[in-house]
Design a protein around this ligand. Structure first.
Ligand code: FES
Length: 105
């Protein structure tokens, strides 16, 4: 799937994600300003994104993802469309998505 990304400073970029690798890694390595400090261990919240379009096909948040989002919600705006990108996997069948890099605590 192709991912259209809006960074925190409003820049637009296009990320091509592939299966089995969390979206966080493409955002981190693709100059999107996502840090992913914990490497996907659900302990940092720095991979927070808003999925503005195309997120309907993703599985719902896991308990651990929800818990981390609840934790950062004291500091940043968590929306119904918020996800932790280290928990988001896309494959060929995933529709193209539009995401905005979220604020971090
Ligand atoms: Fe740390 Fe996602 S990379 S919670």
């Amino acid at each position: 799937a192709s991912i259209s990304v809006t960074t925190r400073d409003g820049a637009k970029l296009q990320i091509k994600a592939s299966p089995a690798i969390p979206l966080m890694e493409f955002l981190r390595d693709g100059s999107a300003g996502v840090e992913g400090i914990c490497g996907g261990e659900l302990s940092c919240g720095t991979c927070h994104i808003y999925i503005d379009a195309g997120g309907e096909s993703l599985p719902p948040r896991s308990e651990g993802e929800q818990a981390m989002l609840d934790a950062i919600a004291d500091f940043v705006e968590v929306r119904p469309t918020s996800r932790l990108s280290c928990q988001v996997f896309v494959d060929e069948s995933t529709p193209d998505m539009q995401v905005t890099v979220g604020p971090v605590a």
